[in-house]
Design a protein around this ligand. Structure first.
Ligand code: PEP
Ligand code: MG
Length: 758
């Protein structure tokens, strides 16, 4: 904005500031506002229309007939004023009557005016009114004049809000996108149904003050906020998805581009120069960009717009100090959380009783946040495009993650149908629950072991609820993820002991901490040395444990003490070469000796196992096998490495099918290598909890599964219907000569035997 325009705008703002601070009645204030704008812009007419009872009513005018005030009313979408409000966009016309939407109102006496410019008065992204100027001469208003009007409109929105002149709800009701029911689709990440109110993980910032007291101070605030934001983005970019749960490179690159865009910073500073606070200036520039973008119909640009919105919101949060997530404010009722993406630790901060579902714009099946949600029993729908464009905070939502949909502001009939499905779903769950006491034997009499995956104290009751055979994978790092600091040994011991006690006779397999990758511990990050380009293949799991031996020693002692008098099953994640297993076992053994010398009671037996997650281990499995009590195949990581496809990258979420000859042949080969060794072999990745995948696993010879608790019922039901000899036979044929889709072949095979999948 050139200096002259900035100063005109500042003059107007100063006078508005005075008006707002005065004790005058709202109507008197509006009258003074139109006068000072008209004068400041040297415009013959200046009018304010506000939304009342669904109509845009002329509230104040300079230059039009005063008799028209509170008489002239227009519907949203009617006439020029109505068009501005409906489209939430500016009009700038040299000849108003030439516009197709022009509608003549004789009572206003406006026939002598030719030029017309109007801007929406926006509150929370919806028009609550229109500010317009008119002139006798047919001329287009200059860009700078329009900018001034837009800035003034922002201030007006504060005045209007403070004076309670319009009902915001009315504004929403003018926008079908934000009011009517909307049906969105996405990718099912965790199945289930839920209803609740939408809550944004990162709430929108509310701007309290629009007019600045001290322009220099506002400039300084924005300067510091930019600095901080750039620092954050640089850190995120250098960590790739490490800790931010999948904000993948492209997004980060765009963030970076915007964060360093001098033009953006300059425009914000110009808006501050015109008299706005830092917050208002950021919002003001954002509004303008939004309006420009709206005129360009390009989905790619729309995506970038989301990125910029995200960043502007981040900048606003920094500048206003409103940094907390919805978790820190607490959830009030049944909630469905809305986010672009989340980290596992962020999700764990939410109150589990109130969090009913999660809808993400990104997300992938094996991202840890999804695993955590699955463990929490919270349905998750991912990859929902344009979510934040149609959902408002507090909107009622129906999440149907079974079908991959979410309905925003559903109609009563839809709610009814949903409730009916909900009830049916509950019935099905109850039917599964009845399988609790039933042992999963296949049709031809083989007992399949079905265990659960767990990680938190709250997960343990699932053992009793599902009747599972034990906990096949206890992710000990979850305790680390939910703590603000490294959990002390006593706390670890207490958790492990409680878990073992609750499990009773059933085995629990504790996995030593698997941190790194997308499970980042803030308190460990900085001591971890350089940031990594490729955290999933980086310093994680047993690699950290062996290097920071203190961590493993403490955990070893905690586990050994907790399992006193019982059998301790312990396994090491991400074993890549046999020596890593040996080294980790040695740490445990030396701790065992140490505790024994201290006359502490020891476990009756210790069984050591390795996770097979890194393909290289398969090539040396024959060497390691004799030393293993058990082997647990972590298909989440294993498949990411076999396919060379980052498990957190939403773009790859649907690209490769787990039911692939590559995976299944690989698993069959592993089973072949292990044949003749007494070690148990379990699959503990997410794939074992999905019915079609589980059928494939049975077909290659897997007999032990450790799965998410909600899947125990469906998997038991499947097992009981399967003839192992038959599926093994079919699988041998398919793997020898793969059909075009192995998944389809399995589904058809099952259908022919009256096996239905959920
Ligand atoms: C796996 O990789 O399959 C696994 C079970 O471990 P996590 O998902 O915790 O990495
Ligand atoms: Mg893993």
């Amino acid at each position: 904005m050139p200096a002259a325009a900035a100063s005109a705008s500042r003059l107007i703002l100063t006078s508005l500031h005075e008006v707002m601070a005065s004790r005058a009645h709202a109507q008197a204030k509006l009258n003074r506002v139109v006068d000072s704008i008209g004068e400041g812009l040297d415009s013959e007419v200046c009018s304010i229309y506000l939304l009342r009872e669904g109509m845009l009513e002329l509230f104040a005018t300079r230059g039009l007939a005063q008799e028209a005030v509170h008489v002239t009313r227009m519907a949203v979408g009617e006439g020029l004023v109505g068009t501005i409000a409906r489209n939430v966009e500016t009009l700038n016309l040299a000849e108003a009557t030439a516009h197709p939407d022009f509608s003549y109102r004789p009572e206003t006496g406006e026939d002598k005016f030719h030029s017309f410019a109007g801007v929406p008065i926006v509150r929370r992204e919806q028009a609550v009114g229109v500010l317009c100027v008119q002139h006798v001469d047919p001329r287009r208003y200059e860009e700078v004049e329009i900018e001034t009007l837009q800035t003034v409109a922002m201030v007006l929105s504060e005045l209007i809000d403070n004076a309670g002149l319009v009902d915001e709800e009315e504004a929403w009701s003018a926008s079908p996108l934000m009011t009517g029911p909307q049906h969105l689709t996405g990718l099912t990440l965790v199945k289930g149904l839920a209803s609740g109110a939408a809550v944004f993980h990162q709430p929108r910032v509310t701007i309290e003050h629009v007019v600045a007291e001290d322009t220099e101070a506002e400039r300084q605030r924005v300067f510091l906020a930019f600095d901080k934001m750039r620092e954050q983005i640089d850190r995120m970019a250098s960590q790739a998805e490490f800790g931010v749960g999948g904000e993948h490179e492209e997004v980060l690159q765009t963030y970076k581009m915007f964060a360093y865009d001098e033009g953006w910073a300059r425009r914000i500073n110009e808006a501050i120069d015109s008299g706005l606070t830092a917050e208002a200036a950021i919002e003001r520039v954002q509004q303008r960009t939004r309006m420009r973008m709206r005129q360009i119909d390009d989905p790619l640009l729309a995506d970038r717009m989301h990125d910029l919105e995200d960043l502007a919101n981040r900048l606003l949060r920094i500048v206003s100090g409103q940094l907390g997530t919805a978790a820190s404010q607490g959830l009030r009722g049944d909630t469905i959380l809305i986010a672009r993406n989340l980290g596992p630790a962020e999700l764990l901060e939410y109150d589990r009783r109130r969090l009913k579902g999660v809808v993400l714009e990104e997300g992938s099946l094996t991202a840890h946040v999804v695993i955590v949600a699955r463990a929490m029993g919270v349905p998750v729908l991912g990859r929902v495009r344009g979510l934040r464009g149609v959902v408002r905070d507090g909107d009622p939502l129906l999440l149907d993650a079974d079908q991959g949909t979410v309905t925003v502001r559903p109609l009563p009939a839809v709610v009814e149908a949903f409730e009916a499905r909900f009830a049916k779903n509950r019935e099905r769950q109850a039917a599964y629950a009845r399988l609790r006491e039933v042992e999963p034997f296949t049709k031809d009499g083989t007992r399949i072991t079905v265990m659960i995956n767990a990680g938190l104290r709250d997960d343990v009751p699932n053992l009793a609820l599902t009747g599972a055979d034990g906990i096949g994978l206890f992710r000990t790092e979850f305790q680390f993820l939910v703590s603000a600091t490294l959990p002390a040994r006593e706390r670890q011991t207490r958790l492990y002991r409680d878990v073992l006690e609750a499990a009773g006779d059933r085995p629990v397999v504790f996995r030593t901490v698997d941190i790194g990758g997308d499970k980042v511990l803030p308190y460990l990050r900085h001591t971890g040395g350089e940031l990594e380009e490729n955290p999933a293949m980086g310093w994680r799991a047993i690699r950290i444990a062996l290097e920071r031996e203190g961590l493993l020693k403490v955990q070893a002692r905690a586990l050994l003490e907790a399992a006193a008098g019982r059998t301790l099953n312990v396994m090491f994640p991400m074993v890549t070469e046999p020596w890593e297993f040996d080294a980790a076992r040695d740490v445990f053994e030396s701790q065992r000796l140490f505790l024994k010398n201290q006359k502490k009671q020891m476990p009756d037996a210790i069984r050591y196992g390795a996770m097979l997650e890194v393909p290289s281990l398969a090539e040396q499995l024959d060497i390691l096998a004799p030393r293993l009590s058990f082997l647990s195949i972590g298909t989440n990581d294993l498949t990411q490495f076999l396919f060379a496809a980052d498990r957190s990258n939403p773009k790859l979420a649907e690209r490769y099918d787990w039911i692939s000859p590559s995976i299944l042949r690989f698993l069959r080969r592993v089973l072949g290598t292990m044949a003749g060794h007494p070690a148990d072999i379990t699959v503990c990745g997410e794939m074992g909890g999905r019915q079609v995948e589980a059928l494939a696993l049975l077909g290659v010879g897997i007999r032990r599964l450790s799965i998410t608790p909600a899947a125990v019922g469906p998997i038991k039901e499947l097992v009981r219907k399967v003839d192992l000899a038959e599926i093994t036979d079919a699988m041998n044929r398919w793997l020898a000569s793969p059909p075009p889709s192995l998944r389809e072949a399995l589904i058809a095979w099952a259908a022919a035997r009256d096996i239905q999948f959920d």
